[in-house]
Design a binder for this molecule. Structure first.
Ligand code: ATP
Length: 252
């Protein structure tokens, strides 16, 4: 049915392995509904993909999870607790372009963030190793490629050893080698037990790394479940376009 939500699994009940539970989330900007009743849950050790075209509401949803946007209604729980100082201590995030100081080196950048977050300096080296930036030495961030900036942004997000990692368009602007590396890093983090929520408008990126996906169109959930369920005929791209186009047809 055009415009209807599809799922390939029954809605899950939160358990102690559930990192994130969102129920009935709405966000209105004046009369514009950026989010219109979104439900979502991410489990420990899972990579969950939030897919949607431009303007679908992905960034708004991410910002609400981080307490940067106040929802109009609905609830968000992180490891069973509402969004707040305690629950956000378990969250690392990279939303949009990483804000980095061009005159600092990677190690100096990490030291500033360690102080800001009250994290011991011994945690810096493992975070840089995870993103393979432990060998960049005294180069300043201003001379980094976009790929290196993204990796440092992820290292900052990992600094406080989060159990839930939120990434908005994590491979934006990266070349194919950088994208492959980034996928490997995300997968390895999930295998270590981190819950990863990744928002993207690139189906291919999500297809290769995510365990489950949600397709958001105009602020509404159009699909949730295994990626394969998006297209029983195996053509994921067509399955995705069908969902987006059926929503478009309904909106016109
Ligand atoms: P993209 O992939 O382009 O980043 P997105 O899925 O992240 O898109 P959002 O940035 O969350 O989408 O935007 C969702 C909708 O809400 C869009 O129609 C956008 O124009 C609108 N919107 C976002 N922020 C604001 C704001 N501060 N005021 C008014 N409208 C906003």
């Amino acid at each position: 049915m055009p415009g209807a939500q599809q799922t390939d699994t029954a809605p899950s009940t939160p358990t102690e392995r559930t990192a994130l539970t969102i129920r009935g989330l709405h966000k209105h900007y004046g009369s514009h509904r950026a989010l219109d009743g979104v439900d979502l849950s991410v489990e420990t050790g899972e990579v969950y993909g939030l897919l949607g075209p431009n303007g679908a509401g992905k960034t708004t949803l991410m910002k609400a999870m981080l307490g940067l946007q106040r929802p109009s209604s609905g609830t968000i729980e992180i490891f069973g607790r509402p969004v707040g100082r305690e629950s956000l201590a378990q969250v690392g995030a990279l939303i949009e372009v990483p804000g980095l100081w061009p005159t600092l080196t990677a190690a100096e950048t990490m030291k500033v963030h360690a102080r800001l977050r009250g994290v011991p300096e011994e945690w810096i080296a493992p975070a840089l190793q995870t993103v393979k930036m432990d060998g960049v030495g005294g180069r300043r961030v201003g001379a980094y490629s976009l790929g290196m900036r993204w990796r440092l942004g992820i290292a900052v997000a990992l600094l406080a050893r989060p159990r839930l990692l939120l990434l908005d368009e994590p491979t934006n602007g990266l070349d194919p080698v950088g994208i492959k590396e980034m996928r490997g890093i995300i997968r390895a983090l999930a295998d270590e037990g981190v819950a990863v929520l990744l928002a993207s408008h690139q189906l291919a990126e999500v297809a290769q790394v995510c365990d489950r996906v949600q397709v958001l169109v105009e602020g509404r959930t159009r699909y949730e479940g295994a990626l394969a369920g998006l297209a029983p005929d195996g053509d994921l791209e067509q399955g995705f376009f069908r969902l987006v186009e059926s929503a478009d047809a309904r909106i016109r």
